[in-house]
Design a protein around this ligand. Sequence first.
Ligand code: 3PG
Ligand code: MG
Length: 380
Amino acid sequence: MQPVPQLEDLPDPMGKRVLLRADFNVPVSAGVIDDDLRIRAALPTIEWLTERGAHVTACTHLGRPKGTPDPRYSLDPVRARLAELAPGVELMENLRFDAGETANDPAFVERLVYGQDMYVNDAFGAAHRCHASVVGPPMRLPSAGGRLLAKEVEIVIRLVTEPARPFVAVLGGSKVSDKLGVIKALLDQVDSLVIGGGMCFSFLAAMGHGTGKSLLEPDQIDVCRQLLESGKRILLPNDIVALGPGGQIGRPDAGGEVATVGQDVADGWMGLDVGPDSAAAFAAEIRAAGTVFWNGPMGVFEDERFAAGTRVVAEAVADAGGFTVVGGGDSASALTRFGLADRVDHVSTGGGASLELLEQGDLPGLAALRESAANAGVRS
Ligand code: 3PG
Ligand code: MG
């Protein structure tokens, strides 16, 4: 992959106005930020710019409002936190309050860049989106990638180009269909692929197992079968923690039996976590790895009855002597919940973006920065 222009490649920022695309899409509940990692992660870039006399205006999306102002996605909590961490940095309104953002509307791009002298993209988590604020400004302003974006890209490149062996990828989460592309890409690169979470049931179904009421994507079963027949090392759970009839996720008080079963989940039962034997086998694979990439929880860890599989995997990743990278909001918040976030080598601020970069080898936001540099002569 070709490099993207860095902060040092920009014109002297002294006294200039810099538009900073950040990814401050942080989890907010009842107006309170649950985890400000994404704001703190942008500070090295902000400091680099402000120390050199730039006037920084930041912009970000928050959540998925539908192109119109929506108080549920107010940036007020983010603005308050940013003012504490980086006083003097302005913050525009939530980009997705305008339909022009996701539509990549040129008129919206014009409004974003109005009065700005240069553009910095530090929003790695949004660099896979072909949205106005990601791909538009580089066509109009001298542009560079920020420090966070550069670091995130460097980590993914390290994973694909020189992983210490064995390279173990651990994928969880609910949908195979979301991750099919990355599963195929990873199978060519890794020494083993560990699969847990809701998506394991489409694989177990492909092996002929019953899945009861567990998550299942029937239209993915054939693809899962082909992947299993690829001859690659794919580890699936050999036991499952399941919830019996009448039980409810997140409601232990509602009753319903919880049992560890084998690879077959009976009718009326729902598999919600990998079982203890599987978790131990996955942990052993992780501990022996030279490189670990983990994306997606092993079960519904928000419900303590189905948290053990994710916890055992998280602890193994934290203990691993190898180079460990965790991507994806859910696996990152699992790490935080278990108090392990500072024990992995890298927690990515962009789950979707890191998967897409692994799969495609590039992202629209990176390509736009490169194109900006190539067009510098034309623009000036
Ligand atoms: C994320 O949280 O993954 C990024 O901020 C991108 O958000 P999006 O998936 O709504 O585009
Ligand atoms: Mg380590």
